[in-house]
Write a protein that binds this ligand. Structure first.
Ligand code: ADP
Ligand code: NI
Length: 211
């Protein structure tokens, strides 16, 4: 008997995520899946299979990680999904992609859920851990005040190439909570946002020698 598509897909992507650093490993995919299922539980009629397939595949061809850009196409070819389902998976993946406020419009509930689920994993304690893992992998400094201040004042989320991890909070992470699509996603993002702000306040205090 053939493996169900979800299981097949999960196994195929796991092998790919092994090459990525800890900011973007298979655990990220599992957490996004968990977030997505938690948000989906508030709705009826969610196409869970399509949602899960898209979550598994959403980062396999991410250029930031010098990934194999053909991986997504190869896996889709192997899976042989019905045409409409494959199109839906592609739409969800496109919708997840962060473009500094210029994201494509989500056309389905599944796309909204997946986008929120991925954003949530960039927020809160896990978001902080991932950001520093990413910065570490790129050999970046922890913080650069001048750079962070410039970024905070800029309307455009990406003003250039950051050299320090804390800058990323101002250019992206602190902007995410305003762009959540679902009610549950918004509520979870609010809590995680507050935790990140608290982290930044504590970081500033410790650096100023007040503790
Ligand atoms: P996601 O998989 O959540 O969509 P990305 O692929 O954009 O996120 O990035 C992976 C992780 O690395 C995220 O947690 C993100 O916050 C972090 N990251 C991306 N760019 C930077 C950066 N310039 N500095 C620090 N962390 C970053
Ligand atoms: Ni992701």
């Amino acid at each position: 008997m053939r493996m169900p598509k979800r299981q097949q897909c999960k196994a195929l992507v796991e092998a790919i995520y092994i090459q990525f650093d800890a900011s973007h490993d298979f655990e990220h995919v599992l957490r996004v899946e968990q977030n997505a299922l938690a948000i989906a539980a508030s709705y009826e009629d969610v196409d869970i299979e399509t949602l899960q397939l898209a979550v598994y595949l959403h980062d396999v061809s991410d250029k930031k990680y010098a990934a194999d850009t053909a991986a997504l196409e190869q896996i889709l070819k192997t899976l042989q999904l019905p045409v409409m389902q494959e199109q839906h998976v592609r739409h969800i993946i496109e919708a997840i992609s962060f473009r500094g406020g210029n994201e494509i419009e989500t056309q389905t509930l599944e796309a909204q859920i997946a986008r929120d689920a991925d954003r949530l994993d960039a927020l809160g304690a896990i978001g902080i851990a991932r950001a520093f893992a990413f910065g570490g992998a790129k050999g970046r400094k922890l913080y650069d005040d001048a750079e962070a201040a410039r970024t905070e004042m800029t309307e455009d989320a990406y003003y250039g190439k950051p050299t320090a991890t804390v800058t990323h909070f101002y250019e992206k992470l602190l902007t995410l909570q305003q762009h959540m699509c679902t009610e549950k996603g918004r509520a979870l993002a609010k809590e995680r946002h507050a935790f990140m702000k608290q982290f930044l306040t504590q970081l500033a205090k410790e650096r100023e020698g007040l503790l």
